[in-house]
Design a protein around this ligand. Structure first.
Ligand SMILES: Nc1ncnc2c1ncn2[C@@H]1O[C@H](COP(=O)(O)OP(=O)(O)OP(=O)(O)O)[C@@H](O)[C@H]1O
Ligand SMILES: [Mg+2]
Length: 361
């Protein structure tokens, strides 16, 4: 699959933009705050209906404008799909595929698949657990509609249960309704846990070989899913936590507290890894994700590297480069030195200056 073209109108700092992409490597370079990441963000919107920066639709519309538009043409299995996304400041977004309006935005999921790599991903090993959950969820929500829907329901129930816990502080008799929320939390939570466990297992099956290559045959890496609670113990632990949850006014048991760890030759890299080891490990994780998605959907996803190349040393850049064959890639950077130094294949080169893009080659 690849993205053939992008058109923007009143999206972020773009008033109007029209670009045709290469099926290979597309590079956007320019100074800070010119609009490089905004282009990746627009494409990411088409893959996931959401911004990778986690902002609301209205923040994506150009300042002082009432609406914004993204149009892409995606080629998948040789078929053209034109996707139109209409962002509105006070209403939910409208989406059409080949002119046919979708009833729900989530129907767009699964058409375009993007693996997004940002500098924050390089610190995933040592960041807090929320970053690692975000990694799992970003990928699984793209891969699996059912997971997306179960996770959304689960998160809503957590919010509602937390609201109830706050209300109980004022009106103690409400605690009688807590078990109703517990049942629903367990129903959807167990589905989330089971799907995450399978995903982590799939990644684990791939990451060992990748990391062995990346570390020059030196390190054996595995990842270990650490669910906050197992499926079998969920209901029991949740009801045993009633008193504590009421005191904390927050739900303390469930997959919204999950984590996973990176084990390298029996050492937990989060606590004992060197910075270099942690970064190599993060790169292995991204490459494993890329490979897993390719295995699961039967074709290569589109890869986005937002400002990560300059963060990697030459060796790791080269490993990354090797992995890119046959994958449409979008890269942003502030300088071109690393490409010139490292025999990078550049198919299209764009300079980005203050909301306008010029093709250089
Ligand atoms: N809704 C908006 N309307 C107009 N301009 C916006 C909007 N949102 C962000 N911008 C502008 O977009 C610019 C940032 O764009 P972007 O994040 O793509 O920069 P970048 O080129 O990736 O920079 P860096 O190299 O620092 O990552 C900023 O100048 C910001 O003011
Ligand atoms: Mg940027």
């Amino acid at each position: 699959m690849y993205i053939k073209s992008l058109r923007l109108a009143d999206f972020r700092n773009y008033e109007k933009l029209g670009l045709e992409f290469s099926e290979g490597t597309n590079i956007f370079y320019g100074d800070n705050a010119q609009g490089k990441t905004n282009i990746l963000e627009a494409l990411y919107m088409i893959a996931t209906t959401k911004s990778h920066r986690g902002v609301r639709d209205r923040d994506l519309i150009r300042f002082d404008c009432g609406e914004g538009h993204i149009r892409t043409v995606i080629i998948k299995d040789g078929v053209d799909y034109q996707v139109d996304m209409h962002l509105r400041s006070s209403k939910s977004k409208g989406i059409a595929i080949n002119g046919q309006k979708l009833k729900r935005a989530s129907q767009l999921m699964g058409l375009l698949h993007i693996v997004f790599f940002s500098p924050e991903d390089l610190t995933i090993v040592k960041n807090g657990p929320a970053y690692r959950r975000h990694f799992i969820d970003m990928e699984l929500c793209q891969l699996d509609d059912l997971y997306l829907s179960n996770l959304n329901k689960y998160n809503k129930i957590v919010d509602q249960r937390n609201k109830l816990l706050r209300d109980i502080a004022r009106t103690p008799s409400l605690s009688a309704t807590l078990p109703v929320w517990d049942d629903q939390l367990v129903e959807y939570g167990t589905k989330v846990i089971a799907r995450r466990a399978k995903f982590m297992q799939n990644l684990n099956d791939i990451i060992g070989d990748i990391h062995l290559r990346l570390s020059g045959s030196k390190e054996h890496l595995s990842i270990r899913y650490e669910p906050n609670v197992s499926v079998g113990e969920f209901a029991g632990k949740l009801s045993a936590a009633h008193e504590r949850d009421q005191y904390l006014k927050s739900t303390s048991v469930g997959p919204h507290k999950d984590d996973f760890s990176f084990i390298c030759d029996e050492i937990d890299l989060r606590r004992f890894g060197s910075q270099g080891q942690q970064r190599t490990c993060a790169l292995s994780l991204k490459l494993a994700e890329l490979k897993l998605v390719e295995n699961l959907i039967g074709e290569a996803p589109v890869l986005m590297l937002d400002d990560v190349l300059s963060e990697l040393d030459t060796n790791r850049q080269n490993y990354l480069l090797e992995a890119l064959g046959g994958i449409q890639t979008f890269i942003t950077c502030t300088g071109l030195d690393e490409f010139v130094n490292n025999r990078f294949e550049i198919d299209k080169l764009y300079q980005v200056t203050n909301g306008s893009v010029t093709e250089v080659n």
